[in-house]
Design a protein around this ligand. Sequence first.
Ligand SMILES: C[S@@+](CC[C@H](N)C(=O)[O-])C[C@H]1O[C@@H](n2cnc3c(N)ncnc32)[C@H](O)[C@@H]1O
Length: 416
Amino acid sequence: MSATNCYGEQLGRGTHNLFILGDAIANLPRLIESYAGLIQTIYLDPPFQTGSRFTLRLQLSGHKQTPVAIPSYDDSLPAADYYTMMNEVLKGCYELLNDNGSLFLHIDPRTCAHLRIMLDGIFGEDNFVNEIIWHYKSGGRAKNHFSKKHDNILFYRKTKKAYFDISSIGIPRGKDMQNHMRRVTDEEGRVVYTIKSGGKTYTYSEDTPIYPSDVWTDISHLQQKDPERTGYDTQKPEALLKRIILSTSRPGDLVMDLFSGSGTTASAASKADRRFVAVDSSPIALSLLRRRLLSREQTLMDSELPGTLLLFDVAKPPKIGQLEYTCSRANGRADVTLASYTPSVGLDTPEVYTGLALVDYCALGFVDDGIFLPCSYNIRPLRGGTIPNLYLAPDKPNLALLVSDVFGCQGIISIE
Ligand SMILES: C[S@@+](CC[C@H](N)C(=O)[O-])C[C@H]1O[C@@H](n2cnc3c(N)ncnc32)[C@H](O)[C@@H]1O
């Protein structure tokens, strides 16, 4: 990673966002070089030692209505290797945070005790702030033990100077939160609720905010039909990240996630006007992040994702397959029509997915000084269907197509 990004900004201090497709540990030294002491909020949702293989479930054109499962990541590191990795990551996070900064480690009861002790060692017991219990109702009911219905989010601050603003995450009290209160109508005809405590009377309206405790019961898992859902198995709701980001950072601050997955942290950070630095080793994570950011950025000005730098860890570049297309040039305009795409990695039944069924994203533009500048782009409809096949650009030198497939493989194809 050079000292400046593609906009000439100094990494770590510029206004850009950054996504690195690569391994968190392998990228820690370069991240520390650029961002040590600059990150305000870190959220980590690492694998949980489940022993499971996770997938991205996609509705692809060509296969009736059955979603196709594409492998996304494997959560099967032996315990000793897992805790060695987490120790490296957490030590790196401590260096990356600024003195006002905070870390949130999202785990479940399987690894919570071990990682809490590890964090105490790295951040100091005094800097443990909360163990947040995220309680959800989804999933089945167990018969031979109590049903497991919560995740643990360990919240540590870097120092006593940590920034925390509970007022930014108030929830309207609403009708349902008036337990034990008396409902009365005030002089102005408004419905208010009163309660006596310690000889004093407290009065609340339905709009008076209440602030979350360390048990979060009001954020549910993403339902099957939730529009936020990307199909990534372990995707977390943006509402969780919104609460974490708003309470511990300010607009313009840097928010980091080293296990980005479907891009929930980056998406929530950019909606809250924070900048993000995200890393994930699954190529699918790059596709999903792009999709989530592009769905907000309807106009593309001077870059594929304005203000976002997408870096590949060169050790493992995902290989694009074979794209068939035609290009016609007339009256200063280039028209590119896509015909078919054959991926470099396979599904069990590739013959079913003909044409452009496996293309997730395509942009026509120019490569200028190593940077791809798109003129027209399209994303595959999330709930099935095929990407449109026609792309237009001015007829200038260095015309190229940037293509990403549903497996997360991406490449730039120059058009002669
Ligand atoms: C539980 S998921 C994160 C889900 C994410 N919070 C979301 O909302 O979509 C864990 C992620 O860690 C990634 N991962 C696992 N080991 C990694 C490593 N060593 N470096 C970087 N990413 C890794 C996986 O690819 C996976 O996307």
